[in-house]
Write a protein that binds this ligand. Structure first.
Ligand code: FAD
Ligand code: NAP
Length: 540
């Protein structure tokens, strides 16, 4: 299908940016369609999130049987997860296995960052320029750049003067790190921090955790997957997967259809306890209104508060670890192994940055407004420029030179989280305005990749070459995404879901909160109506 190669520009049917699970599966589907494709990846291997985030304790918080590809029964039969929540190294090995099994690496260029993607109206082609200065020309450009792939640029006064070692969880050294016997300062108590802190505490001499906002966390109860569970999974795989795709969260969590407010306090306690004992995100299924009604939400928050108090021996520390400024799970719910109990250790101390904020990093450690600390190493687990960060960092220009970053200056605008008006043939996988980070990402990645592949096949079948979102459909979708978010409690929190963790980032709820099931049905309906809301043409 692709034209012959021009002098310095490689001609190809599709460019995919990113070789995480999104980019890998997209490559498989593009090949199935008979299209030539080039994947470009900044890292030196596949795996995306699981390539970059190698901090101690890094693992999934969605159960591995469900956080894995479902598109190939053979792949699923031959891979065996060691634990309910697999660790980072195993996820990376899984990504490697998928790459080998489907012979993906021959079409992936590593160590290369895409710097620009410009659309040419006359030829209806994208020209993609890498940081090495070379170029690719393709009809389709697919951004598989990840929702959580760009760390925030959090810094502190004096940081360059620190004589010890400074690490970021999201850029943990590939060769690993032994911090035994060291005094370590740890900043950040989101999911990354909550996973890393208990493991580091066992290794280091002293761990001082600097907490700005406490988060809610549920126990993982991690361990080997019992044989009978594995057998049940293999026997019922298709049914389980089909059901997962049609839940709101993209995995099985046993949702009820009851309001928390219709249950007695005793019933609620029993229901929450039952789900706490299962662990992970099972609590989401307890009641329908935990995420939408403040009074219902308060019952879950109260349960979590009591749990923290029952685990953490020092009541003052337990109180500090209890969230007070946002509803339960209105920031991303965390899943942990021994997080709260870690604060019972003699070598762990919690510092409340609300009472005494960080003043500066010093040569020998860190000074808050109340105290100075000496450290051998400081770890930053300070989060990501989520959902828009990777797209914003590429110079993307669409029809008539429209600049994506300018188009998104007031917040991201998409139709279905998949395309942006004025940027023909440019697709986003799990883009803003789709359920993405509110779901099991593997479910959402598969749904998007398959929708895009079906769309390309449909176009080819009709001799159509160009598809783009109509401005009206995009306007309606953006308004709809906003409106749905106001029916939830998410806007009550200063979270990365709201863009609140990046100074200057517009405060907009980024994902689509109506649920994977609702969204999937809507996307299917749009396709069935010959891609309603999209403009399709034979040429530019
Ligand atoms: P990524 O895995 O982020 O891959 C994107 C790739 O694109 C990266 O390798 C990056 O280097 C590359 N890239 C970006 N920009 C460029 C560019 N300009 N040029 C070249 N390459 C580029 N989700 C869940 O559902 N369950 C979980 O348990 C879970 N755990 C997580 C744990 C951590 C520590 C983090 C950070 C996220 C977690 N997530 C989880 C979300 C996770 O990001 C997704 O599940 C999934 O891995 C995303 O895959 P992806 O391919 O879309 O993006
Ligand atoms: P995060 O949730 O954004 O947490 C960042 C932490 O750093 C917060 O506690 C934040 O405090 C703190 N922080 C940021 N800037 C700070 C500053 N200047 N001073 C002091 N503290 C500061 O980031 P994350 O923990 O990396 O997680 C991001 C997302 O990735 C998760 O929500 C999840 O979706 C995914 N993830 C999943 C897992 C998993 O369990 N599988 C693990 C890691 C990540 P404030 O809250 O006050 O801003």
């Amino acid at each position: 299908m692709a034209a012959a190669a021009a002098a310095d520009v490689r001609e190809i049917d599709a460019i995919v940016v990113g070789a995480g699970f999104s980019g890998m599966y997209m490559l498989i589907k593009l090949r199935e369609l008979g299209l030539t494709a080039q994947v470009i990846e900044a890292g030196s291997n596949v795996g995306g999130t699981w390539y970059w985030n190698r901090y101690p304790g890094a693992r999934v918080d969605t159960q591995s049987l469900e956080y894995s590809f479902s598109f190939s029964a053979e792949l699923e039969q031959e891979w065996r997860w060691s634990e309910r929540y697999a660790p980072q190294a195993e996820l990376l090995a899984y990504a490697e296995h998928v790459a080998e099994r489907f012979d993906l690496k021959r079409d992936i260029r590593f160590h290369t960052r895409v710097a620009a993607a410009h659309y040419d109206d006359a030829s209806s082609q994208w020209t993609v320029t890498t940081d090495a200065g070379d170029q690719y020309r393709a009809r389709f450009c697919i951004m598989a750049t990840g929702c959580l792939s760009v760390p925030t640029e959090v810094t502190f006064p004096g940081i360059e003067s620190f004589k010890g070692a400074l690490y970021r969880t999201s850029r943990w050294p590939r060769e690993g790190l032994d911090l035994s016997g060291q005094r370590v300062g740890f900043i950040g108590t989101g999911s990354s921090g909550i996973q890393a802190i208990p493991v580091l505490a066992e290794q280091v001499a002293q761990l001082t955790v600097f907490q700005r906002t406490p988060n809610y966390s549920m126990p993982a109860h991690n361990g080997p997957i019992p044989d009978e569970d594995l057998q049940a999974w293999q026997a019922n795989r298709e049914d389980y997967r089909a059901r997962s795709r049609n839940t709101a969260l993209g995995f099985l969590y046993d949702p009820t259809d009851r309001s928390a407010l219709d249950a007695t306090p005793e019933e609620r306690e029993a229901e929450y306890e039952r789900r706490w004992q299962v662990g992970g995100f099972r609590i989401f299924g307890a009641y329908t209104d935990i995420g939408t009604d403040l009074a219902a939400n308060a019952t879950a928050a109260e349960f979590a508060k009591k749990k923290i108090a029952s685990i953490v021996k020092d009541p003052a520390v337990a109180d500090l670890l209890t969230p007070k400024d946002h509803p339960f799970a209105s920031k991303r719910l965390c899943v942990d192994t021994n997080y709260y109990a870690t604060y019972n250790r003699d070598n762990v101390r919690l510092v409340d940055l609300r009472a005494t904020p960080i003043d500066r990093i010093t040569e020998t450690g860190l000074a808050t407004t109340g105290e100075s600390f000496d450290f051998d190493a400081i770890v930053l687990a300070t989060g990501f420029d989520a959902m828009t960060g990777a797209i914003d960092r590429i110079d993307i220009r669409g029809r008539d030179g429209a600049v994506m970053k300018e188009r998104w200056a007031e917040g991201p605008r998409t139709y279905l989280g998949l395309m942006v008006a004025g940027f023909p043939n440019l697709f986003l996988i799990t883009g803003p305005g789709s359920p993405s980070v509110l779901s099991n990402m593997m479910t959402s990645i598969e749904q998007h990749v398959e929708w895009i592949a079906d769309c390309l096949a449909w176009m080819a079948g009709r001799q159509q070459a160009v598809i783009e979102a109509s401005p009206a459909a995009e306007d309606q979708w953006v308004a709809h995404v906003d409106e749905i978010s106001t029916t939830t409690l998410y806007p009550h929190a200063n979270s990365w879901y709201m863009g609140a963790n990046v100074p200057g980032k517009p405060r907009r709820f980024l994902p689509y909160a109506a649920g994977v099931d609702v969204y999937r049905a809507h996307c299917a309906e749009v396709a069935a109506r010959d891609y309603e809301g999209f403009v399709v043409s034979a040429a530019g």
